[in-house]
Design a binder for this molecule. Structure first.
Ligand SMILES: Cc1ncc(COP(=O)(O)O)c(C=O)c1O
Length: 392
């Protein structure tokens, strides 16, 4: 491996939400933070260099997105995901969560319904509810540690008020890479009922089997025409703080409606550093990403094996994508509140609690494994000791 991810980089006192923000958020001291989804790794050198060159220029005026930026996205989507994207389809949004909110505003009316598939990334619910729309749950089914979609339940939940379905592709949490067949069936049901699909593909580059991700919109012209796809270099290359995402909307009418919302909220312009970092990452970051995926895979194997041997009550679900391990803690027999307090006050680790991800998340926790192996080992030992303490 060319890159060093073993050296722990001190992130305290760097305004890091994950590290500096943990104490205030969780109300406990000395926490090992393995929660919010950013990496404790330095970005590819090419990205740092591009940002440094921009900083050295010393002028940070209003910023456009240039040819190099657009071409880097188009080329990444083609080579990584075999998806041909046209330049004018690519819209700016500071974040993907912002885009979810804008989509709700652009494509639904107050009181309309939005289908989500829990357990799922909690802003799917909050962006819907914060805009006065109703969340409808189409829960995933879990069998032998893998999630699948429940199409019978989906059909039963659809009525005339359902306008959107938010798809998490690949899925967070659980790390499921949806197959073409899964997406085909889902898309056909949505087409039949005139439901627009918002496909959040922010984790699509973080698949352990290269080429396994299928962009929803790449399946057919009809799907492309009735969906919007949220992509970003932020999870892939650890650029969340640069607030740059790319929302791909092939349908001109939908694109105009989305851009009307970005204009209405005056958020259509990128910051000075996001585009240069994106371009450098997509054109020169491939080797770095391959090493990150290898390293994270090693972390997943480590924690899975460690718990199997030392803490059998905790089961790490097999992960096909993302650096977020989804851990079944139901054998501990705790309520969601007890589980939360147990990890904070006994194990001293800050994790995302499963109940926040909606129905089906209770009894699970999500652990961020995009960190040095020694940090994962420390967390594993702390958790082992805390679980052992339960028997005394
Ligand atoms: C599925 C999903 N969508 C969106 C985001 C956040 O995107 P952004 O930081 O661009 O708002 C995350 C972060 O973890 C995520 O898991």
């Amino acid at each position: 491996m060319k890159h060093d991810f073993d050296t722990v980089i001190d992130r305290m006192k760097t305004s890091s939400v994950k590290w500096d923000g943990a104490e205030a958020l969780f109300g406990a001291k000395d926490l090992l933070p393995l929660w919010v989804a950013d990496m404790d790794f330095k970005v590819p050198e090419a990205v740092s260099k591009a940002v440094e060159a921009k900083a050295a220029h010393g002028i940070f005026g209003y910023t456009t997105r240039d040819d190099g930026y657009y071409n880097s996205i188009i080329s990444w989507m083609k080579t990584r995901h075999n998806w041909t994207v046209e330049r004018e389809w690519i819209c700016h949004s500071p974040g993907v969560v912002t885009a979810l909110s804008l989509a709700v505003q652009a494509f639904t009316e107050p009181g309309d319904k939005v289908i989500v598939q829990p357990p799922v990334y909690y802003p799917f619910m909050s962006t819907t509810e914060n805009n006065g729309r109703e969340v409808v749950f189409n829960p995933l089914k879990e069998q032998d540690g893998r999630y699948s979609m429940d199409f019978d339940d989906l059909r039963a939940k659809i009525d005339g008020s359902v306008k959107l379905l938010m798809l998490c592709n690949p899925h967070n949490p659980g790390g499921t890479v949806w197959t073409k067949e899964d997406l085909q069936t889902l898309g056909e049901i949505c087409l039949e009922h005139g439901i627009l699909v918002i496909s959040d593909e922010i984790h699509s580059d973080l698949v352990f089997e290269q080429g396994s991700h299928v962009p929803f919109a790449s399946i057919s012209d009809e799907f492309a025409d009735s969906s919007i796809t949220c992509t970003a270099p932020s999870k892939t290359f650890n650029l969340a703080g640069l607030q740059t995402s790319n929302i791909i909307i092939p349908n001109a009418g939908l694109r105009a409606a989305f851009e009307k919302e970005t204009a209405r909220n005056s958020i259509g312009m990128p910051n000075s550093f996001g585009p240069v970092a994106t371009e450098a990452a997509y054109t020169e970051g491939g080797d770095w990403l391959a090493d990150v995926l290898d390293y994270v895979k090693g972390n997943v194997e480590f924690i899975t094996g460690y718990f199997k041997e030392h803490v059998p009550a905790l089961k790490v679900l097999p992960l096909e994508a993302t650096y977020l391990a989804w851990i079944d803690c139901r054998e501990l027999g705790m309520s969601p509140e007890e589980l939360e307090s147990f990890f904070l006050t006994e194990a001293h680790v800050a994790l995302n609690q499963g109940k926040a991800f909606g129905p089906g998340g209770e009894g699970f926790v999500r652990m961020n494994l995009a960190c040095s192996r020694s940090v994962v080992e420390k967390a594993a030992r702390q958790i082992e000791e805390a679980v052992a303490g339960l028997d005394q």
